[in-house]
Design a protein around this ligand. Structure first.
Ligand SMILES: Cc1ncc(C[n+]2csc(CCOP(=O)(O)OP(=O)(O)O)c2C)c(N)n1
Ligand SMILES: [Mg+2]
Length: 587
């Protein structure tokens, strides 16, 4: 075994940690800024930070040693930010990324921006040159607070060591205000290093510096919505990412089942119901929306993914429920808007409806569900030839089918890529809530590796599978080493079409074959060897009949060796997702 794949010696780092602990426990009445950061994170329930080191931030690490906070060090700050976002999504708690000044911060921007558009509560703590060198051109100095303001809900600099913990708590509170999202806190180096008397530090007490976010909305509106659903014959509910973020999945399922309403799910809410639940629908959304008499949109904006709301008809009652006041009624007129926690509101609506169900309407809703179920079956049947295709090169629909067959009840599925991943959404059905991860509305390629690390750390007993496009894989895959080092290996599947296909399609359509491949070809790379370089299992798959066996060998190898595996599947570059061919993302 080469030195590269040898696990890092744990004893070296724990010796340092012990020494530091001894030094620091000498005088418990004194505390430094970095230690106050760690204390405030602990008070917030943060048990893990994601980071890449820099001289500006080392005192935070030292504080984390004292507080028992796990420090996950990666190879690129983008991955640290995606992992903090992924950890927030997987745990329901605040995610935390710590970066050094300057390039440490700029590298993390994509991850923070992804968290903004996905409404994920992530605190980004960044280093800065010392206050005593303010505006003097210190190492890695940048105007971080200004840079981060447009991609966060809150961006500020800490000006005194006494206020460090207070401002960490303030930033955490802002992350959960209304629709969740990221916050950025810059802490200059001398503020972090300075030691003060503990008695002078402002340290908000755990659980006492912010309110419950489970607001059930206006009771009058809850009553109205209950009335409308009870009277509806063809209702439909679309659940978006907030339902999972705010952990409203049980209330969501109870409402569908209690009133017999078909449910549709996008983004992180995929998997809220098991795929075989009679209230779970996914191929008939436009049909349902075209014929529905009441539509409820929960926790997802009328953005490009929803055609800005324009594709929903006018002759119906349209209801929107969201954590963010600014989202309700945006881009599209609605008939009723409720602002609050999705689970609390849906629970209150079911409560308000209980005992008042009208049998004739319920029977009509059951008929409506039957009609939609038949349409779902017909849509699936239409896809079968693609899903079962054994053409060479491999059809990406077949890969999606095989992955879905391969998923276990506890597999977290991550999609990171263009067309191959878009296609996978037509076949992959996560079995449980929280087991679908995608970048969300920012559409950032490169989320997969950080998400995989986060999912593994949050749920060590679950299996993690990331399906990448070859373009996406090559952006952040080096942190597969981090996954191995921290003993959270995962199964990586690459749908390799040797191109940035989702973009290439539009180029070919617009500029023709002569000019259609500019800037979007990637070369034929056998990515399986990448896993082998890191001590894991790698395989090249060129025939559809080999996919299932290769996935199985990857699963066994990950379990046996504790190293991530890469199954590189050579897919047909001429097969595109329907949305790409219609260019719906730009409409
Ligand atoms: C960070 C980032 N850069 C660029 C894009 C634009 N983009 C969207 S899809 C895509 C192609 C992705 O290629 P790949 O991952 O190989 O998937 P494929 O479409 O080939 O299946 C690109 C470049 C993006 N979404 N994110
Ligand atoms: Mg590709």
């Amino acid at each position: 075994m080469s030195a590269l794949v040898e696990p890092r010696s744990a004893s070296a780092s724990s010796t340092t940690a012990d020494d530091t602990l001894k030094q620091k426990t000498r005088d418990a009445s004194v505390i430094s800024g970095g230690h106050l950061v760690a204390r405030a994170l602990k008070n917030e329930g943060v048990d893990t930070i994601f980071t890449l080191c820099g001289g500006h931030i080392i005192d935070i690490y030292d504080g984390c040693v004292d507080e028992g906070i796990r420090v996950i060090d990666v190879r690129h700050e983008q991955v640290a930010a995606h992992a903090a976002d992924g950890y927030a999504r997987q745990t329901g708690k605040l995610g935390c990324v710590v970066t050094t000044a300057g390039p440490g911060c700029t590298n993390a921007v994509t991850g923070i921006a992804t968290a903004l558009r996905s409404e994920s509560p992530v605190l980004h703590i960044g280093g800065q040159g010392a206050m005593t060198q303010h505006m003097m051109g210190s190492l890695q100095d940048l105007p971080h607070v200004d840079m981060m303001r447009p991609v966060t809900k809150f961006s500020a600099s800490v000006r005194s060591t006494e206020r460090v913990a207070d401002m960490v708590s303030m930033a955490a509170r802002e992350c959960f205000a209304g629709a969740p999202g990221p916050a950025y806190l810059e802490i200059p180096r001398d503020i972090l290093d300075r030691e003060i008397e503990l008695a002078r530090a402002v340290v908000p007490a755990p659980g006492r510096y912010r309110a419950s976010t489970r607001s059930p909305g206006d009771p009058k509106d809850v009553e109205t919505l209950a009335d409308w659903l009870l009277g509806a014959e063809r209702p439909a509910v679309l659940f978006g990412q907030q339902v999972w973020t705010a952990r409203g999945h049980e209330e969501a399922a109870a409402l569908l089942r209690g009133l017999d309403i078909p449910g549709y799910f996008n983004g992180a809410s995929r998997g809220l119901l098991p795929p075989d639940d009679p209230h779970h629908f996914d191929r008939t959304r436009s049909q349902a929306f075209a014929k529905a008499d009441v539509i409820v949109i929960v926790g997802t904006p009328f953005d490009f993914r929803m055609g800005y709301g324009k594709r929903i008809g006018r002759e119906l009652k349209l209801v929107q429920i969201d954590l963010g006041y600014g989202t309700v009624g945006k881009n599209r007129d609605i008939d009723l808007g409720l602002v609050g926690d999705p689970g609390a509101i849906l629970g209150a609506v079911l409560q308000a409806a209980s005992g008042r169900i009208r049998d004739d309407r319920r029977a009509a809703r059951r008929e409506w569900m039957k009609e939609l179920a038949a349409a779902e079956e017909a849509a699936t049947a239409k896809l079968i030839p693609l899903l079962r295709s054994d053409s060479v090169p491999i059809n990406p629909y077949r890969v999606a089918y095989e992955i879905n067959e391969f998923l276990q009840d506890d597999t977290v599925y991550i999609g990171d890529g263009g067309d191959v991943v878009t296609i996978s959404a037509q076949a992959v059905r996560p079995r449980r809530p929280g087991q679908w991860m995608d970048p969300g509305a920012l559409g950032s390629l490169g989320v997969g590796t950080g998400f995989a690390i986060a999912a593994g750390l949050a749920h060590p007993h679950k299996e993690v599978l990331c399906y990448y496009g070859d373009g996406a894989f090559s952006m952040t895959a080096f942190d597969m080493e981090t996954a191995n080092r921290f003993k959270v290996p995962y199964i990586a599947v690459v749908g390799n079409n040797s191109a940035m296909n989702q973009i290439r399609y539009g180029q070919l359509a617009k500029y023709g074959p002569e000019r259609g491949n500019v800037g979007s070809l990637l070369g034929d790379i056998p990515y399986g060897t990448f896993a082998e370089m890191l001590g894991g299992h790698g395989e090249e798959v060129r025939e559809a009949s080999q996919i299932a066996g290769a996935l199985q060998r990857a699963r066994e190898s990950v379990r046996r060796t504790g190293r991530s595996a890469v199954i590189n599947i050579w897919v047909d570059p001429k097969v595109y997702a329907p949305g790409t061919m219609a260019q719906t993302m730009y409409k």
